[in-house]
Design a binder for this molecule. Structure first.
Ligand code: G
Ligand code: G
Ligand code: MN
Ligand code: NA
Length: 249
């Protein structure tokens, strides 16, 4: 397929780049964290990760690409204020390599940033395999001081049992719950329950996909720690993100 052929050359052609979306902490209205989001400029268009990550996973190309993302995102974070963390998405395929933990350590050392500034986002699908080596790697990363977040929470099959399989630091509530939160009492009840669950388990909660003031007011009232979405900021180019962080300081 053409995506696969193109993706094999993407790194050597410098076609990959990162966008950065800031997350807003609701207790002090400051940027707490910035999520790195991969983009591929190919054939005069920008290909969405939703399109090429699955191909990268099938072909194993996600391993070198994921390592590049780790390195570049940590280097970017090194230029930001120290109280701003960097969040990086990890594919389950990356956990099948024996040296993921070493790769993460090397990226932190090369960028000279503290492990406590790094958040790694995983999805429920990682825990579907329930592999002992995956759980061991997660514990090792967390012992280094890295935060582990459950991304897109609520969209998988048995979300609740996953919260028992590993002590996450953060739950990111999938943006599908946000879409109708202002008009549906049941969506509000679900968000409220997830926040309560997080609090009971010692996990903070992030609302994804917050696009309107009304949604913001609702999640704030229910005690969400942090919001991410177009209302506060879309994913930004590196220079625009740097401007925002410096005006926020
Ligand atoms: O930025 P966008 O909404 O197009 O991202 C679509 C999906 O791609 C999201 O689910 C996001 O988590 C995922 N994604 C973005 N960047 C990366 C990355 O660097 N690695 C992995 N594994 N997934 C990513
Ligand atoms: O799956 P993950 O949470 O990593 O996906 C992040 C993706 O969500 C990014 O690609 C980003 O473009 C997208 N995103 C961020 N904020 C919003 C929002 O407010 N609305 C919608 N529809 N998408 C968003
Ligand atoms: Mn994410
Ligand atoms: Na998500």
């Amino acid at each position: 397929r053409s995506i696969e052929a193109g993706l094999r050359l993407a790194m050597s052609r410098n076609e990959l780049r990162l966008m950065f979306q800031p997350l807003l902490g609701l207790d002090n209205n400051r940027v707490t964290c910035v999520e790195a989001l991969l983009r591929w400029d190919h054939d005069d268009r920008t290909v969405s990760p939703a399109e090429f990550i699955p191909v990268a996973e099938e072909t194993g190309l996600i391993v070198p690409i994921g390592e590049w993302v780790l390195q570049q995102a940590c280097l970017a974070a090194a230029t930001w204020p120290e109280d701003v963390r960097i969040a990086i998405n990890l594919s389950p395929v990356q956990f099948r390599q024996k040296n993921l933990v070493a790769q993460v350590k090397a990226a932190l050392v090369a960028a000279r940033i503290d492990a406590t500034r790094l958040e790694l986002e995983i999805t429920e699908s990682l825990l579907l395999t329930d592999s002992e080596t995956t759980i061991a790697a997660l514990h090792e990363l967390r012992a280094m001081g890295i935060r582990i977040s459950m991304d897109d929470f609520g969209t998988g099959y048995s979300s609740l049992s996953y919260l028992r399989s590993f002590p996450f630091d953060k739950i990111k509530v999938d943006r599908s719950f946000m879409a109708d939160i202002a008009t549906r009492a049941d969506s509000q009840a679900i968000i409220k329950a997830i926040i309560g669950l997080g609090q009971a388990l010692g996990m903070t909660t992030t609302a994804e996909g917050v696009e309107t003031e009304e949604q913001m007011a609702i999640v704030r009232e229910h005690g969400v720690s942090e919001v991410q979405g177009f209302l506060f900021s879309p994913p930004l180019q590196p220079a625009a993100l740097a401007n925002l962080l410096h005006s926020d300081a």
